[in-house]
Design a protein around this ligand. Structure first.
Ligand code: ARG
Length: 464
């Protein structure tokens, strides 16, 4: 084994001149990938345990290396290890430190592996726990949203299409729509686990190795499901990174849509929700202002998560097999997206906790825009044996009449309506009652109070 002088890069024996200082500074990834230190040490420990089991290294060397690695983990967690940019990344910094602690026997740790498989093993494990963390934040957000929904089952508001009053809904049903999105986000992160659970360790630089390693052993030790199939694909594959970035993008897009909606509802024009002082900010010049800055922050952040997804797609575009330095940027991109999303999920939960519906205004707005017209058409189908198209036409007549008389539908008298639809019975008036309208939508997934209660129960159980 070549002697390793500790003040130089591992490849310092081959590459005589020092790499450009400028590149060492700019090209080094240690400031970013130090976040992988725990995973890197776990991977190295599993690796040397396997090497020992396969009789590739001795019991003594294995123990020495594990002792050193555990010591390094403690040092890093206590912020006591000073990283050196000269050693590029977390893997080489740890290996260098291992040499300092246990001496030349550290040289056995890199038998039958390369940084190419090492870094992906670390990264997959990291993304798996990031997935877990995101799902737990989503669960917490779902719980908080459920609480607000539960309090607002009977809060009536207009449902919009084209931002115009469409039909009456319960505010809880609205909130439950968000929950559907967040639940799908959880599923999306779960769906990514299949690829994340394939163990890259042991494919070495790109060919596999001539050592008699046992990849099933490290697979089990590291919590993967199976080893990857093709060594060349393994070191160049970053699909699992794209999956993660895409899932983050979709989740942040959901938050952005909801944020935009709540900004509109919070505007003075709509005034459908109140935000407590905790989640608004003031203006430097206009003393009266309470601005929904947190929501605007959330709306904007999807811009950076999409950007991160596109950065990675662009890095991968046209990149031949197998490993290239280009790939090193994957960590920074993923960490940025993860940090952004976690921040957004926390902030959004805070907004939901500090949001109150303005029930009077919701009801008032729901009384505008002939919002029960569809209910009247449905009534005519059911009680006057009309086809829906015919009933629609008759209802247009009633709406036009109301518009002419500057009245709401429920302000028209039965006699006035009879001029357009002779034979109309008195019980038609109940279709203009908003609560009745909401509660009549009993089809599965509709806004009836019973349906909402059932969905709330379902998600409460799911989220237990
Ligand atoms: N820091 C490198 C990265 O993240 C590790 C892999 C280095 N491999 C290599 N062949 N230079 O991409």
């Amino acid at each position: 084994m070549a002697k390793n002088k500790n003040n130089q890069a591992i490849w310092g024996i081959r590459i005589k001149d020092n790499t450009s200082n400028l590149f060492q500074k700019i090209g080094s990834s240690i400031d970013i990938d130090k976040r992988l230190y725990k995973e890197d040490i776990a991977v190295s420990i599993a690796h040397v345990e396997m090497l020992f089991k396969q009789k590739i290294i001795t019991f003594k060397i294995k123990n020495k290396i594990i002792y050193g690695l555990n010591k390094i983990e403690k040092e890093i967690s206590k912020n006591k290890l000073e990283f050196n940019k000269k050693y590029e990344d977390i893997h080489m910094n740890i290996e260098k430190r291992l040499f300092q602690i246990i001496g030349d026997e550290a040289g056995y740790v890199h038998t039958a592996r390369s940084r190419n498989d090492q870094v992906i093993a670390d990264f997959k494990i990291w993304i798996k726990s990031a997935n877990k963390e995101i799902k737990s934040k989503l669960n917490s957000l779902i719980k908080t949203s459920l609480k607000l929904a539960e309090k607002n089952i009977y809060t009536i508001m207009p449902g919009f299409t084209h931002l115009k009053n469409a039909q009456a809904i319960s505010f809880a049903h609205y909130l439950m729509a968000y929950i559907e999105m967040f639940n799908r986000d959880k599923k999306r992160f779960n769906n990514n686990l299949d690829n994340l659970n394939e163990n890259p360790l042991g494919v070495a630089a790109l060919t596999g190795t001539s050592f008699n390693i046992d990849r099933y052993y490290t697979t089990k030790k590291l919590g993967f499901n199976k080893p990857t199939n093709n060594s060349i694909d393994t070191v160049s594959d970053r699909d699992f990174v794209l999956d993660f970035l895409y899932s983050v993008s979709v989740c942040s897009m959901h938050i952005s849509r909801i944020a935009e909606e709540l900004i509109i509802w919070n505007s003075d024009a709509y005034n459908l929700i109140n935000l407590s002082d905790k989640v608004v900010t003031g203006s430097s010049i206009m003393p009266q202002k309470k601005n929904p800055d947190l929501l605007e922050f959330l709306r904007g952040k999807s811009g950076s998560t999409y950007g991160n997804l596109f950065s990675m797609l662009t890095i991968l575009k046209g990149l031949p097999l197998s490993y290239f330095k280009d790939l090193q940027d994957d960590k920074e991109i993923v960490f940025k997206s993860y940090d952004t999303l976690i921040g957004c999920l926390k902030i959004f939960e805070e907004v939901i906790k500090n949001l109150r519906p303005n029930k009077d205004q919701m009801l008032k707005l729901a009384n505008n825009g002939y919002i029960t017209a569809t209910d009247l058409a449905d009534y005519l189908v059911k009680n006057h044996s009309l086809s829906f198209r015919k009933a629609y036409q008759k209802t247009v007549g009633i709406v036009n009449l109301a518009e002419k008389k500057k009245k709401n539908l429920n302000e028209l008298s039965l006699n006035e309506m009879k001029k357009i639809i002779p034979g109309l019975k008195g019980d038609v008036l109940k279709v203009f009652d908003l609560k009745n309208s909401v509660n009549s939508k009993r089809s599965y997934g509709g806004t009836s109070f019973d349906n909402i209660k059932k969905m709330i129960m379902k998600y409460k159980k799911l989220n237990d």
